[in-house]
Design a protein around this ligand. Structure first.
Ligand SMILES: [Cu+2]
Length: 171
């Protein structure tokens, strides 16, 4: 028990400065699982009055290219099914997929991210269509997903984003 308490305090101390947000802002975390089932990075999520700020630090991604990044509807990351367990995009309004779709986007749609030469993606993404907790738009308990290819922002149902490389349950 003493060890567990110490670990929690250390984790909080590491997490706090990286986001530089109010200490009162509700937060969540997500640990990414790669296609091989190994841990491959983290996300920190901070609730704000107008959306959720997501800080990504994920390694082992395809270097030197754009990749799709979404919230998926089911908080289950099973690499043995290629993370198909996470279901489709989080879509509480029944919209079409994509920023460029006439009746889009999904609340879980987010901009493509660029993976630099070392294969480690570090980014801050702000999604104004979701909340962290409470109501139909809440993403706690859902999954973050990084794909092998970029999102074309219009293809149905998921922008031709390719394989699901890294999946993380928001908790
Ligand atoms: Cu996706």
């Amino acid at each position: 028990m003493k060890y567990l308490l110490t670990a929690a305090v250390v984790a909080a101390a590491i997490a706090a400065p990286s986001m530089a947000m109010s200490q009162n802002a509700p937060m969540a975390k997500a640990n990414f699982i790669g296609a091989d089932g190994k841990e491959t990075g983290t996300a920190e999520l901070t609730a704000t009055k107008s959306g959720v700020l997501i800080a990504l630090d994920v390694n082992g991604l395809p270097a030197g290219q754009w990749v799709a990044f979404h919230v998926h509807q089911t908080g289950t990351c099973d690499h043995t099914t290629g993370h198909e367990s996470a279901g489709g995009h989080f879509n509480p309004t029944g919209a079409e997929h994509g920023y460029l779709a006439e009746n889009g986007p999904h609340a879980g749609d987010m901009p493509n991210q660029y993976v630099p030469a070392d294969g480690t993606l570090k980014a801050h993404v702000f999604n104004t269509a979701v909340t962290l907790e409470g109501g139909d738009t809440a993403i706690k308990g859902k999954a973050l997903m990084i794909h092998a290819d970029p999102d074309d922002y219009s293809g149905q149902p998921s922008g031709n984003a390719g394989k699901r490389l890294a999946c993380a349950v928001i908790e």
